[in-house]
Design a protein around this ligand. Structure first.
Ligand SMILES: CC(C)(COP(=O)(O)OP(=O)(O)OC[C@H]1O[C@@H](n2cnc3c(N)ncnc32)[C@H](O)[C@@H]1OP(=O)(O)O)[C@@H](O)C(=O)NCCC(=O)NCCS
Length: 281
């Protein structure tokens, strides 16, 4: 990319840039041009000089870009101070970074350990994008965000740790609320919750029915128990009455029993002369 293109890019991207002379003062221009030189020397395996150029650039602009970082066309670093771009970072075309942005490592990875930033990405003031993660094309990172996971294309991530809050179906579309993003995990959790609620309802219905059946059986048993008790009482009463009747009958029978024959004076049985014979008394 030529010097002219770099100036044109800044003029297009920064509404505050009024003329070429002003743009010549922009730290973004100095940092990017010096980085392109340092990166060429870095790729040529020249020792020391790439790092020297990078440090001079940092001293002049407050922007530290490691000579190993790969930077696409039209990078614009607004204001500049405090921007840090790590060795294995990769930046696509038409990217805008504001002051204080870090494209850094987490300190836990080796090899590729810095972010890969897609085309047309905007990274807001002070945002920290850490680790070998990917920021998709047309993504926007809010000022002050700490991004630790991949950010899908056409989305906006904000906060600490950064979360996706908005998405755009295509580049020029307006933002849509993230609630409308396809969320298969969320949908699965919702489905599981619905299922578990359904099962709970069925279980409680079943338990209720069983309880009702048991209660009815219990009532029947209680009823039968009462009946049995009543019958037992009546049986006892009947037995008592029967025994009383038996006693009464015994008395009557005793009364009805014939008296033993009385003896007359001569020691013979008293006999009554009745018609046709005698009858002992
Ligand atoms: C993130 C940003 C790029 C806006 O992107 P966008 O896709 O247009 O997002 P929106 O403005 O629609 O905001 C989406 C949601 O994120 C919130 N949000 C925006 N930026 C935020 C931030 N930096 N931190 C926390 N939340 C933020 C908004 O309030 C909104 O929330 P809501 O939906 O509950 O109302 C912008 O807010 C930003 O941070 N730009 C950086 C600019 C910068 O660094 N300027 C420095 C100049 S010196």
């Amino acid at each position: 990319m030529s010097f002219r293109d770099e100036i044109k890019n800044i003029m297009e991207r920064d509404p505050a840039a009024r003329n070429i002379f002003e743009v010549l003062l922009y730290p973004s221009l100095h940092a990017v041009l010096l980085h392109r030189l340092a990166h060429r020397l870095y790729k040529a395996d020249l020792p020391f000089f790439p790092r020297l150029i990078s440090q001079i650039s940092r001293f002049l602009t407050g922007i530290e870009i490691h000579p190993g970082a790969k930077i696409g066309k039209n990078l614009f670093i607004d204001h500049g101070t405090g921007v840090v771009i790590g060795e294995t970072a990769e930046i696509g075309d038409n990217v805008t970074l504001y002051q204080g942005v870090t494209l850094g490592g987490t300190g836990k990875q080796r090899g590729k350990r810095h972010p890969t930033v897609g085309n047309n990405v905007l990274v807001g003031v002070g945002a920290k994008v850490l680790g070998a993660i990917t920021i998709g094309d047309n993504a926007r990172i809010g000022g002050g965000a700490v991004v630790l996971k991949d950010v899908p294309p056409n989305t906006t991530a904000v906060g600490v740790p950064a979360k996706i809050v908005a998405f755009r179906p295509d580049t020029n579309a307006i933002n849509r609320r993230v609630e409308n993003l396809p969320d298969p995990e969320g949908e699965m959790i919702d489905a599981l919750q619905t299922k578990s609620r359904e099962l709970e309802q069925r279980m409680s219905k079943l338990l209720h029915n069983q309880l009702q059946t048991h209660m009815e059986e219990l009532h029947e048993l209680q009823h039968e128990h009462h009946l049995t008790e009543e019958l037992e009482q009546r049986l006892i009463q009947l037995e008592e009455r029967l025994s009383r009747l038996e006693q009464g009958l015994d008395k009557v029978l005793v009364k009805l029993e014939p008296e033993p024959p009385r003896k007359n004076g001569n020691g013979h049985k008293h006999e009554e002369i009745i018609e046709g014979g005698t009858k002992s008394l």
